[in-house]
Design a protein around this ligand. Structure first.
Ligand SMILES: *[C@@H]1O[C@H](CO)[C@@H](O)[C@H](O)[C@H]1NC(C)=O
Length: 186
């Protein structure tokens, strides 16, 4: 009896704090593109990875979301790298903010083909967001809203935000939310 009451109260609390959020999608495909191996298709991975070292050795990452059909009226990408979750950051913050960019790509990712070389992968369409990450898990997003691709796939490319050396890798995780998700709001 007592336990049921506590569980019910906890569920109400969760529902209240998520008011308006209809759905949160995790990436279905995570495909790294390595500048040092420009024709090699790495296929889909569990880790996201964005890197640049001394202006070279870049790694970009394509991500794909399967977006469900629902009544959502607005959608955005969300980014979370909470302390203690599985992510790593490198780069010298004293030289400038550690950032990456997100771009729309034409929704034609192919995990057995996509590599760094431009002829092997979908074209970049337009800029979506710039995301600053700090060693303490601080995240600041410029942009990030996307059209709701209901019942379709939504696909993006993640690349370093400057020529300065930078590295970010993360394991997509739900509890706590870690990495990049696609949020749908009513
Ligand atoms: C994906 O790429 C592979 C390798 O190039 C190709 O054989 C296959 O037809 C492609 N799939 C689609 C759906 O285009």
């Amino acid at each position: 009896m007592h336990l049921n009451f506590i569980l019910a109260a906890a569920l109400v609390g969760v529902r209240t704090s998520l008011a308006g959020l209809i759905d949160r999608e995790f990436p279905h495909l995570i495909i790294p593109l390595h500048q040092d191996n420009p024709m090699y298709p790495y296929g889909t991975q569990y880790y996201g990875n964005i890197q640049i070292q001394d202006g070279a050795h870049q790694i970009w990452t394509e991500i794909s979301f399967d977006v469900p059909p629902n009544v959502a009226s607005s959608c955005n990408l969300a980014f979370a790298f909470p302390p203690g979750a599985p992510w790593t950051l490198s780069g010298d913050e004293s030289l400038g903010p550690l950032t990456f960019d997100v771009w729309y790509i034409s929704p034609a990712m192919n995990q057995s083909r996509d590599a760094w070389n431009q002829n092997t992968r979908p074209a970049v369409q337009s800029w979506v967001a710039n995301v600053q990450v700090g060693y303490d898990g601080f995240v600041q997003i410029i942009g990030g809203s996307v059209s709701c691709a209901k019942g379709q796939v939504a696909q993006f490319l993640l690349s370093p935000g400057s020529e300065r050396s930078f590295g970010l890798s993360w394991f997509e995780e739900a509890n706590p939310i870690n990495g990049i998700t696609y949020e749908m709001w009513d």
